[in-house]
Design a protein around this ligand. Structure first.
Ligand code: KIV
Length: 275
């Protein structure tokens, strides 16, 4: 009972939205990683990760699909609940999967499931201007929302593949406008995937909420990578922004701790990881 009150005196209080906002204000980088099970969740917690995302990337790294499109709500709830059981300090975000938020009502019902059954403190949805109404509806029900812009893997069949987004001036201007519109609609966090570093910086400076980047340059308020990529568990060619942290580390936990340290000091991402 009242664990929130007990945690006020704890040495490792849970990360909240307030913690993340204060980190942005202080200029302290936010270290985030994906996880899909309780064992890795506990390891990430022990290594000092601030935010854990149960990403629908599990469709690729866990289920072996080519895209995230086959992932459904039952999968996200199952993995969310497993990760939640392994976490104490980090803030837990769970993805709304493909076509789970086509209307305000469905988005709300599915976000509630991710929170009640999947342990999420925040839900993430791939967004643009078209999703502002949905973000506004979720926010009006006090659901914390992360808006994911840039490369949106759920849309790859429509947008033509996994490509850097926002390279042209017009596309960059639109993405900045979308980020501002989503923040105004109530998004509490913005995630930027695979965009030029200059655009990552511009959006991070323009919005007040914390911005987490993956392949979005060094100037976002935090960084996220897919856990299996930094541990070099995924086969084949990796995206440019991935850095292998297992090489030179004694254990997976030491590799994750090195990642956290590299994010906090700004050593990661380096120019070779940026667009
Ligand atoms: O699904 C996922 O893991 C993500 C990250 C790549 C940011 O959205």
């Amino acid at each position: 009972m009242y664990t929130h009150l007990q945690q006020r005196d704890s040495e490792r209080p849970s990360v909240t939205l307030n913690t993340l906002a204060q980190m942005k204000q202080r200029g302290e980088k936010i270290a985030c990683l994906t996880a899909y099970d309780a064992t890795f969740a506990a390891l990430l917690d022990a290594a000092g990760v601030d935010v854990v995302l149960v990403g629908d990337s599990l469709g690729m790294v866990i289920q072996g699909h080519d895209t995230t499109v086959p992932v459904n709500m039952d999968h996200m709830v199952y993995h969310g609940a497993a990760v939640a059981r392994g976490l104490h300090r980090p803030f837990l975000i769970v993805d709304l999967p493909f076509m789970s938020y086509p209307s305000r009502e469905l988005a709300l019902a599915n976000a509630v499931r991710l929170m009640q059954e999947g342990g999420a403190r925040m839900v993430k949805l791939e967004s643009g201007k078209a999703q502002t109404e949905i973000v506004e509806f979720l926010a009006s029900h006090d659901i914390a929302v992360c808006a994911h812009l840039g490369l949106r893997p759920q849309s790859v069949h429509k947008t033509g593949g996994f490509r850097v987004q926002g390279r042209e001036d017009e596309a960059a201007r639109r993405m900045l406008e979308d980020a501002l519109a989503l923040e105004a609609a109530g998004a509490d966090l913005v995630l930027l995937e695979c965009i030029p570093a200059a655009l990552g910086r511009a959006i991070s400076q323009a919005v007040k909420v914390p911005v987490i980047g993956i392949g979005a340059g060094p100037d976002t308020d935090g960084q996220i990578l897919v856990l299996y990529d930094i541990l070099d568990l995924t086969a084949g060619r990796k995206p440019r922004f991935v850095r292998n942290f297992i090489s030179g580390s004694d254990s997976p936990q030491a590799a994750v701790a090195r990642y956290v340290q590299a994010v906090k000091t700004g050593e990661y991402p380096a120019p070779e990881h940026c667009f």
